[in-house]
Design a protein around this ligand. Structure first.
Ligand SMILES: *Cc1c(COP(=O)(O)O)cnc(C)c1O
Length: 359
């Protein structure tokens, strides 16, 4: 018999705390009522603290892809350099092209990071006025060296940086202003441990100035509309208020845990899972120093029948991920993000070990 709920160990969506789900069941308010602006303002203050920014922070009722498309429409003027080292970053390039923008993909082998050298080489051509980069490639479990890349970006002030932190934001320290990131984007169903459907993004003054010069920004994701609404602690169109209640509470929970402690918890969980992977006949898919802090992508060196393992774990009430895109079956991924605790992973890996003896 299939269990009613499979506990999620996949890299998004992730498990949601019961109190968060309860917060979403609260009665509705109107988004043009004062009550909404109070919540929106409080969330903005919390997000600014979490993102280490004094700049604009916006809430978008969409998944991350919505605002990815929005960022391209608003911020790419001349030509965009897309750095591709996995399935999600490949999609960024696709999004850029489909928005009718000029762009080039800079491809890196899956499992490898985007390096500062590659970014420098691309931008030195002088052809680009925007870049897209994924901090944490969720398909391969690679975290690219963002501070070093941002050092390079400083030398190219004409370039607007669009950085996807969908699966890393809040799990590691990403100080936006210090790094000089123009537009940071993330959805909330991964590292934030909220139900899907809400995305957060930032826009620097440089980004907004660029948007003002770009035609075809569209309507729903027009950054200038977001900025005008932001002045009133509001959104251009009706937001997902239930999820915004949840975000409000989740930020409170983040600060109650403490950011340092939160980063440390993720570090400990990541180390545990990496150790388990190495100790059970598998290998880390990325080079260790580029391994993600929020999920581990393991190379299936032991030749395990991952589909069978996934099925057996599913019957026991655990959702297991047997790889993404072209590395499905050759790799598997274990998420360690959101509200997850080390004990959850100890339990999960013990369950995997038990299954492995039976398949
Ligand atoms: C999940 C993910 C996305 C896409 O998010 P959606 O919520 O499905 O739109 C984009 N980038 C990264 C790095 C992701 O992990």
């Amino acid at each position: 018999m299939t269990p009613a709920h499979k506990k999620l160990f996949i890299p998004g969506p992730v498990e949601i705390a019961p109190e968060i789900l309860a917060a979403m069941a609260r009665p509705m308010i109107g988004h043009r009522m004062k009550e909404y602006a109070v919540i929106h303002g409080r969330i903005k203050t919390g997000l600014k603290k979490l993102l280490f920014t004094e700049g604009r922070v916006f809430l978008s009722t969409s998944s991350a892809f919505g605002i990815m498309e929005g960022a391209i429409r608003n911020l790419v003027g001349k030509r965009c350099a897309n750095f591709c080292n996995g399935a999600f970053s490949d999609k960024w390039h696709d999004v850029t092209i489909r928005c009718g923008k000029e762009a080039d993909p800079f491809k890196v082998e899956w499992g490898q990071p985007v390096t500062p050298e590659l970014v420098d080489k691309a931008l030195a051509t002088g052809r680009y006025d925007a870049i897209t980069l994924i901090h944490n490639e969720t398909s391969t479990g690679v975290m690219s060296p963002l501070p070093e890349i941002c050092e390079v970006l400083r030398r190219y002030p004409e370039v607007v940086s669009i950085i996807d932190t969908v699966s890393s934001m809040s799990a590691v320290r990403i100080p936006l202003d210090e790094l000089g990131i123009d537009c940071c984007i993330f959805g909330v169903q991964k590292a934030f441990a909220l139900p899907p459907g809400l995305a957060v993004f930032t826009a620097s003054e440089k980004a907004l100035a660029r948007a003002a010069t770009v035609d075809g920004r569209g309507y729903y994701f027009d950054f200038l509309e977001f900025a005008a609404s932001d002045d009133k602690d509001n959104t251009p169109s009706t937001p997902c208020i239930s999820q915004i209640y949840a975000l409000d509470l989740q930020l409170e929970r983040f600060f109650a845990e403490g950011l340092e402690k939160r980063w440390e918890r993720h570090r400990i969980m990541a180390e545990y899972v990496r150790g388990w992977v190495r100790g059970h006949g598998y290998a880390l898919f990325p080079e260790e120093r580029y391994c993600s802090q929020t999920l581990t992508c393991a190379a299936n060196k032991a030749g395990t029948d991952l589909a069978a393992l996934k099925k057996m774990l599913g019957e026991r009430g655990y959702a297991f991920d047997d790889g993404y895109g072209k590395i499905k079956g050759k790799t598997f991924r274990i998420a360690h993000m959101g509200d997850m605790q080390l004990a959850d992973l100890v339990d999960f890996t013990a369950e995997i070990e038990d299954c492995l003896q039976k398949i």
